[in-house]
Write a protein that binds this ligand. Structure first.
Ligand SMILES: Cc1cc2nc3c(=O)[nH]c(=O)nc-3n(C[C@H](O)[C@H](O)[C@H](O)COP(=O)(O)OP(=O)(O)OC[C@H]3O[C@@H](n4cnc5c(N)ncnc54)[C@H](O)[C@@H]3O)c2cc1C
Length: 402
C-alpha cells in the first residue's frame, strides 16, 4: 500500500463547497483530485457574510467576485403575519457594530465561474469531470470508482457531494431528515425605487419572504410558501407574479418586474450523526441542510472547508486517520448543531399556530428591537460564532472608559 502522504486528497462535488475545498487545499500545498461534473449555473444568489468574504479574499478570489455583488448594509425583519401576537419591526444596521456592511449578495453564476476558473488554473488540482459510482471505505484508504471506470485511492475523501451525499452513506454515517410543508420560490426582480442596500425579511404564516439587494435597482427573492402555492406562483405570467410580489412587499420598492428564471426548492432539514468517519469528512450540504433563513447555509459550509483544511495541515502523515477525523468532528459539531437548531426553531415558530410559540417569537423580536446590546450580540454572533460575547465585553469596556 502507498504511504498516506503520497496519496492525493480526494474532493468529491463541484458545487461551491467542493470547488472552494479543492482551491484552499491546493493553495495549502496539498495534491488534490477533484471529482464532479462541470459547474451547473443557476440564477440564485448567495449572501456571504464578512468572515466568508475574508476567506475568499485570502484565496485571492474576492476581487473578481465583488463587482457582481451588492453590499448588505441593513437587514430588517417585518412581521407580515395577521396573527394575534405580532412583533415590532426589527432593524439591524452593520454600522451599529462598526462595520460598513454585513456581507455581499453574490449571484451564484459569478461565484461559481470564478471558482471554476481558479480550479482549472491550479496545477495541483486534477479535476476529473465525472461522477463517483462506487465507494469502498477501508481502514487505511478510501477508494472511489468513477462512472468512466477510473479508480482513485486516497487517504481522505472530503465529501462535498450535496444533501444526498453518496460518500456519507458509503462511510456509514446515518442522518436524521425532516421534510417541511414548505417550498421556496426563488427569482430576481427589478424595482422602480432604490433598495438602499437594505434587505427585508417579511415573516409570514408560511415562512419568510426575503428580499436581498443586487447591484442597481434589482433584488433577489426567496419566498417560502406551501408547496402548492409555490407551484401556483411559479406558473403565473410575469405581470401577475410581479403584482403579487409588490403586494407582499407593501410596495416598499415601488413597481416590481420579475426577471426570467424561476426556481422552486422543496424545504427540508438533514443532520448527520457524525461529521467525519471511515476516511470521509463531510462539508457543505453533505454536513447540514436547513431552510434558507438568515443566509446561513454556505457561510457554514465555508467554515467546514476552513476547518478541514486546518485538520489536514495538522495531520500530514495521515489526514484521514481516526484521530484527525475525531478532531474535525469535534471542531464542527457545536457550530453546525447551533446553526441548524436556530434556523429550524425559527422556521417552526413561524409555522406554529400555538400561542406560546408566537409569544416566544414576539418577545424575542421585541427584545431585539428595543435592546441595542442584544442586537449587537446577535449581529456579531450571526457573522462569526463566538464573537458575540467578545464584542459585548469590548463594548462594555469602551463605555466604562468614556
Ligand atoms: C433558495 C436558497 C437560498 C440560499 N441562500 C443562501 C444564502 O443567501 N447564503 C448562504 O450562505 N447559503 C444559502 N443557501 C444555501 C447554499 O445554497 C448551500 O449551502 C450551498 O449551495 C451548498 O453547496 P454544496 O457545494 O455543499 O452543495 P451542492 O451545490 O448541492 O453541490 C453538490 C455537488 O456534488 C456533486 N455530486 C453529487 N453526487 C456526486 C457523485 N456521486 N460524484 C461526483 N459529484 C457528485 C453535484 O454534481 C454537485 O456538484 C441557500 C439555499 C437555497 C436553497
Amino acid at each position: 500500500m502507498p504511504s498516506h502522504d503520497s496519496l492525493p486528497i480526494l474532493v468529491v462535488g463541484t458545487g461551491p463547497a467542493g470547488l472552494l475545498a479543492a482551491i484552499a487545499l491546493a493553495r495549502g500545498g496539498q495534491r488534490v483530485t477533484l471529482v464532479g461534473p462541470g459547474i451547473a449555473l443557476d440564477r440564485r444568489t448567495t449572501a456571504l457574510m464578512t468572515p466568508a468574504l475574508q476567506f475568499l479574499n485570502s484565496l485571492d478570489l474576492l476581487s473578481e467576485i465583488a463587482p457582481a455583488a451588492a453590499p448588505l448594509r441593513t437587514m430588517r425583519i417585518v412581521d407580515g403575519t395577521s396573527r394575534l401576537i405580532r412583533s415590532p419591526l426589527v432593524t439591524f444596521r452593520a454600522s451599529e457594530i462598526g462595520q460598513e456592511h454585513f456581507g455581499l449578495n453574490i449571484p451564484n453564476s459569478a461565484l461559481l465561474t470564478v471558482l471554476e476558473k481558479a480550479v482549472s488554473a491550479s496545477p495541483d488540482i486534477d479535476w476529473r469531470k465525472a461522477t463517483i459510482s462506487e465507494w469502498r471505505c477501508e481502514p487505511d484508504t478510501v477508494h472511489a470508482r468513477l462512472d468512466n471506470d477510473q479508480e482513485i485511492a486516497a487517504a481522505l475523501a472530503v465529501a462535498a457531494d450535496g444533501r444526498l451525499s453518496p460518500a456519507r452513506s458509503a462511510a456509514s454515517i446515518s442522518v436524521s431528515t425532516k421534510t417541511y410543508p414548505q417550498a421556496a420560490l426563488v427569482l430576481n426582480f427589478g424595482h422602480s425605487r432604490g433598495h438602499g442596500f437594505v434587505s427585508t425579511e417579511f415573516h409570514t404564516e408560511t415562512g419568510p419572504f426575503t428580499q436581498v439587494p443586487l447591484p442597481g435597482q434589482r433584488s433577489s427573492l426567496v419566498w417560502v410558501v406551501a408547496p402548492e402555492t409555490a407551484k401556483e406562483l411559479a406558473s403565473l405570467d410575469d405581470s401577475a407574479l410581479s403584482i403579487r410580489i409588490e403586494e407582499r412587499m407593501q410596495s416598499i420598492l415601488g413597481r416590481v418586474s420579475v426577471e426570467p428564471g424561476r426556481q422552486v426548492y422543496p424545504l427540508s432539514a438533514t443532520l448527520p450523526a457524525r461529521f467525519a468517519q471511515n476516511r470521509v469528512a463531510l462539508v457543505g450540504e453533505a454536513a447540514h441542510v436547513f431552510p434558507p433563513i438568515g443566509a446561513q447555509g454556505l457561510n457554514l459550509g465555508i467554515r467546514d472547508v476552513q476547518d478541514i483544511v486546518r485538520v489536514i495541515a495538522e495531520n500530514p502523515q495521515d489526514p484521514g486517520s481516526p484521530p484527525a477525523l475525531t478532531r474535525y468532528d469535534g471542531m464542527r459539531r457545536p457550530d453546525i448543531l447551533a446553526r441548524s437548531a436556530g434556523v429550524n426553531l425559527l422556521n417552526r415558530s413561524l409555522l406554529s399556530d400555538l400561542l406560546p410559540a408566537q409569544l416566544a417569537r414576539g418577545l424575542g423580536l421585541t427584545l431585539l428591537g428595543s435592546l441595542s446590546p442584544l442586537r449587537a450580540f446577535f449581529m456579531r454572533e450571526g457573522l462569526r460564532p463566538g464573537t458575540g460575547f467578545q464584542g459585548a465585553v469590548s463594548d462594555l469596556r469602551k463605555q466604562i472608559r468614556r
